[in-house]
Design a protein around this ligand. Structure first.
Ligand code: 5GP
Length: 114
């Protein structure tokens, strides 16, 4: 899968169902949802994997979690609960190499994950 896919969504070169946006972060519905609410939250800055996060990204990465909580709250899942997941590299299932936080809500989520 193209490493530039999410940059293309940021640049509106391909469509997405955007549910959250700030100057630095974008949230949009996953094209293949794994729960009634499945949103991908990405930084507008390209960071390839969690391994590439640097100290100067600290605030930006924190904003991904702020966004997740805001989106969950807006959709009524803050109290019932939700899950946030980040996959790093192939063994964890990362397929798009621009870091993204999965926000999943709206069904019971088992643990441990698959
Ligand atoms: P990963 O497997 O890298 O953790 O997650 C990548 C996610 O991107 C997958 O859940 C996949 O369904 C989603 N995805 C892949 N291509 C597109 C796309 O073109 N649009 C949207 N909205 N999601 C996509």
């Amino acid at each position: 899968m193209s490493e530039d896919l999410f940059l293309k969504i940021i640049n509106r070169e391909i469509p997405a169902d955007i549910v959250y946006e700030t100057d630095s972060v974008l949230g949009f519905r996953d094209i293949n949802p794994q729960a009634p609410l499945h949103v991908l939250i990405i930084p507008k800055t390209h960071i390839r994997t969690i391994n590439d996060i640097r100290a100067d990204h600290t605030s930006l990465v924190g904003e991904l979690l702020i966004a997740a909580a805001a989106i969950a709250r807006e959709h009524g899942y803050a109290d019932d609960g939700y899950r946030v997941v980040m996959n790093c590299n192939e063994a964890a299932g990362q397929t798009v190499f621009h870091i993204h936080l999965h926000l999943l809500a709206g069904r019971n989520l088992n643990w441990p994950p698959g």
